[in-house]
Design a protein around this ligand. Structure first.
Ligand code: NAG
Ligand code: NAG
Ligand code: NAG
Ligand code: NAG
Ligand code: NAG
Ligand code: NAG
Ligand code: NAG
Ligand code: NAG
Ligand code: NAG
Length: 763
């Protein structure tokens, strides 16, 4: 039968081979392929799901085509089948599980031609309830239990969780539907154990419900640690303490360990027995623990050991509470209480730490000496029966006595204005009381408590020398209060009484030097400013260390006529302004002389003509020539009045021999003009009007030049501080020049004399 079969297959094979060679060109085309999920894309657990892959292929021949199907789940091939029929490909997923959830697609391949369907997502919901089983339901503490959790019928990657009394205690990941865990329960009593699982389908996960709980009861082991302490009676500081830590009822092969500890400090450890000795100290936390550890089982016993203090921690005090450098002080060290039943007071000794100090012992715990000049930390040590106790550190900060204070003025000291005084000591511990004194009377006190704080006082003085009455006192202890020197500062007197003095005088000849002297009362340096009315800018500004300063207008001209005043201020910053002064510049002297000479010539001619007329008219001898400018005021009284009220020079036209009534031939004014109203008119006129007044007395022409002022009528009116109101008087000065050689002297400024050069009288 075998050889026959072999022969048949060979024949068949050769037939197919020959056939294919003949029918090489099989014409077909894959028109479509679709994937569908039955009964639905959303199913519950246990549903029989079928994936149907339907391909539509058109071909020309009768011959069946070999169709190769592939099913993909989430990109991975899960199923392949080759079929020669045109029937749909069915891929059954019987009793679907959550793990079948995924994206599926289907591909067909016919002789190298292929086509892939669209993707369909299958979602399976519902997980089975897990089942928990334990190998024991009764264990001793620390004993192991084997727990098995099963997720019936589930597939895929599964996480199992185990819980003890709702608290997760273990987690396992497996690729099957069952997981095993070894559990150890340390606490004695009844415990409920359950489990749950999660199926992982990337990127999601599905969590199952909880299994039913299984009860485990854990029995306590009879192991008992024992802590014995000796002595058992009242324990005092310094006593020897012995501890013995053991354990009872340990099972046959104990692998445990014993530990003896005090608070956080492990004192000793061992296998079955631990002993320890120490000196009892009151400061220690008196709680001791004996602990036995075996696997997960821990047993312990705690005991309190009260230790009675032999003596208390010493207190360390200083008296007096505050001490100045190098002053006496006493430090006292004392333990307030001690166990008199155990200790006699004499046994307690006190020493100082550091031992090198300059204090001497005055009794038990009493030390006396002088305070150092710097801070020092002292500690006192009390000792008895090997017990040493340190007091808290006592820092002695010797205070520094206040140094002699300095008193000074802050800023400027201006008379009549509030004056700020600073009182300050260079050294001294705070607080310092600074007291301002005025002639030993206490005015006020400022307490300086902070570094950089300063003691300021404000006073007002009314006289410059009053400032030296102030002193201050600094005090930071109750023994001494050093006193400062007297306050010494320059008192700035504010400016008053501004006066502008004009040298030579407000009426001045062209070409002369004019001085405007500005003077004030008050403290220099003073800044002076000269102004001319009508001009905004000062003529000059000068700061001087004197209280008066001159401003010179060299070689005045007629344009300098005008009203002037000055302004001054000093560090008191008050500005004072002088009265205004009207300055008149008259014609130069030589011009007057030329005019005068010309006039004299004319008079001479007139006289000659008159004489000739007189001679020719002998009959009329009574006639006399009388020429007068001021017929109404020929009397000397009028001149005198003028002289008393105005800055006037009297000039004698000595060469004119005239009678008593004859005064001048030069005036063009009407006689009434010789009064003040006319004077203001004069000031408006560009040309100064001159009036020559002939002295009423007959004058010997030969003698006049030699007479040095004996008959000079001179009066210079000084412009007073209140002169501004009638300043216009200067413009209306009736001017008379005395034919005298000696220069006029300004009685205000005697040093500025000789400025007026009077020429020799014209003959
Ligand atoms: C399947 O479930 C998804 C949500 O899980 C929903 O969006 C979809 O419409 C459901 N499809 C069907 C056919 O029920
Ligand atoms: C699913 O198919 C199995 C046989 O494969 C059958 O035993 C079961 O009853 C079917 N389940 C349903 C819900 O039709
Ligand atoms: C068909 O699929 C195969 C791989 O599965 C590929 O190598 C081949 O190129 C595909 N042919 C066509 C026509 O897409
Ligand atoms: C403590 O142990 C030592 C040796 O380990 C022993 O000599 C001593 O007697 C023990 N003391 C007590 C109180 O058990
Ligand atoms: C004193 O002790 C304090 C701390 O308690 C320390 O800050 C200080 O510097 C010490 N002073 C001196 C002088 O040693
Ligand atoms: C400083 O002044 C205060 C308040 O007047 C006073 O209590 C204190 O004793 C004074 N201090 C001294 C050292 O005089
Ligand atoms: C006042 O101070 C000045 C210098 O500022 C000094 O020349 C003068 O001697 C001082 N007067 C007194 C009384 O100390
Ligand atoms: C001007 O100062 C001097 C001292 O420099 C003084 O003697 C005189 O009284 C002062 N004059 C006035 C008006 O204050
Ligand atoms: C002000 O006067 C002083 C002295 O008289 C002189 O030196 C100075 O140049 C003058 N300044 C002005 C701006 O006239």
């Amino acid at each position: 039968m075998g050889p026959l079969l072999l022969l048949t297959s060979t024949l068949l094979s050769s037939y197919f081979h020959a056939g294919r060679t003949v029918n090489t060109q099989k014409l077909f085309t894959i028109r479509d392929i679709t994937l569908s999920i039955e009964p639905s894309i959303n199913v519950t657990r246990n549903t029989n799901v079928t994936l149907r892959c339907k391909a539509v292929v058109s071909s020309s021949g009768q011959e069946a085509l070999s169709r190769e199907y592939t099913i993909y789940k989430d990109g991975n091939t899960v199923y392949t089948k080759t079929s020669s029929t045109s029937e749909d490909l069915l891929y059954p997923l019987s009793e679907a599980r959550v793990s079948n959830t995924g994206k599926y697609k289907c591909k067909i391949n016919i002789e190298g031609k292929n086509m892939t369907s669209g993707v369909k997502k299958l979602t399976v919901t519902g997980l089975s309830k897990p089942v928990l089983s334990l190998n024991k339901d009764m264990v001793s503490e620390g004993e192991e239990i084997k727990a098995t959790c099963t997720a019936d019928g589930e597939t895929g990657s599964i996480f199992f969780y185990f819980y003890e009394d709702s608290k997760e205690i273990q987690e396992k990941q497996v690729n099957s539907n069952q997981a095993e865990a070894k559990l150890r329960i340390t606490s004695v009593g009844i415990h409920k154990i359950h489990c749950a699982y999660t199926v992982l389908i990337t990127p999601d996960s599905f969590k199952s419900e909880k299994s039913s709980a299984v009860i485990v009861s854990v029995k306590e082991l009879p192991i008992t640690p024992v802590l014995e302490i000796f002595p058992q009676s009242k324990i005092y500081e310094g006593d020897q303490l012995d501890f013995l830590c053991t354990v009872r009822n340990v099972p046959q092969h104990p692998e445990g360990k014993l530990y003896l500890s005090q608070g956080n400090q492990l004192l000793s450890s061992g296998d079955t027995k631990v002993n320890h000795s120490m000196v009892a100290l009151a400061k220690d936390p008196g709680e001791f623990e004996c602990r036995f550890e075996m696997g997960d089982v821990t047993k312990f016993v705690l005991k309190m050991v009260p230790v009675t203090e032999l003596f208390s921690v010493p207190t360390f005090t200083m008296s007096p509470a505050e001490v100045f450098q190098k002053e006496d002080m006493t430090l006292t060290c004392k333990s307030e209480s001690f166990a008199s039943e155990r200790l006699r007071r004499e046994e307690l000794t006190y020493t100082l730490d550091p031992p090198e100090n300059l204090l001497t012992r005055k009794g038990p715990g009493v030390f006396h000496g002088k305070a150092l000049q710097y801070d020092f930390n002292y500690t006192c040590v009390a000792q008895a029966r090997g017990i040493v106790k340190h007091s808290e550190t006592l820092t002695v900060r010797p205070k520094v006595s206040v140094s002699i204070p300095k008193i000074s003025v802050v800023g400027k000291a201006v008379l009549g204005q509030p004056l700020k005084i600073l009182c300050q000591s260079d050294s001294g511990s705070l607080p310092i009381n600074y007291t301002l004194l005025r002639e030993y009377d206490e005015l006020s006190t400022t307490i300086v408590k902070q570094p950089f704080q300063q003691a300021f006082f404000t006073v007002t003085i009314t006289k410059p020398d009053e400032i030296t009455k102030y002193m201050c006192e600094a005090k930071n202890n109750h023994k001494e209060a050093p006193l400062s020197k007297r306050l010494n500062a320059t008192v700035i007197v504010p400016l008053t009484h501004p006066i502008m003095t004009v040298i030579p005088n407000p009426e001045i000849s062209e070409g002369d030097h004019l001085y405007l002297i500005c003077g004030v009362a008050g403290t220099p340096p003073v800044t002076f400013k000269w102004y001319r009315v009508g001009y905004e800018q000062p003529l000059n500004t000068t700061t001087s260390n004197k209280n008066n300063t001159a401003y010179q207008v060299p070689k005045v001209s007629k344009q300098d006529s005008g009203t002037y005043y000055c302004e001054a201020f000093n560090h008191a910053n008050n500005v004072v302004i002088s009265d205004e002064v009207n300055i008149q510049v008259r014609l130069a002297f030589w011009k007057k002389v030329v005019i005068g000479a010309f006039c004299l010539l004319a008079v001479s001619v007139l006289v000659v003509v008159s004489v000739l007329c007189f001679i020719s008219k002998r009959g009329k001898r009574e006639a006399a020539a009388e020429l007068s400018v001021k017929p109404s005021s020929p009397k000397s009284d009028d001149s005198l009045t003028v002289n008393l009220t105005h800055d006037t020079e009297v000039y004698k036209a000595a060469t004119v021999r005239v009678n008593r009534a004859a005064v001048s031939v030069w005036s063009e004014r009407p006689p009434e003009a010789a009064n003040d109203e006319e004077s203001s008119m004069v000031s408006k006129e560009p040309d100064v009007e001159y009036t020559e007044v002939v002295h009423p007395r007959p004058v010997d022409p030969a003698r006049v030049p030699l007479r040095k002022g004996t008959d000079t009528v001179y009066s210079e009116l000084q412009n007073s501080p209140h002169g501004a109101a009638d300043h216009h008087d200067y413009g209306s000065v009736e001017y008379a020049e005395l034919n005298s050689e000696h220069p006029e002297t300004n009685h205000y400024r005697p040093e500025v004399n000789g400025h007026q050069e009077l020429p020799a009288p014209v003959d």
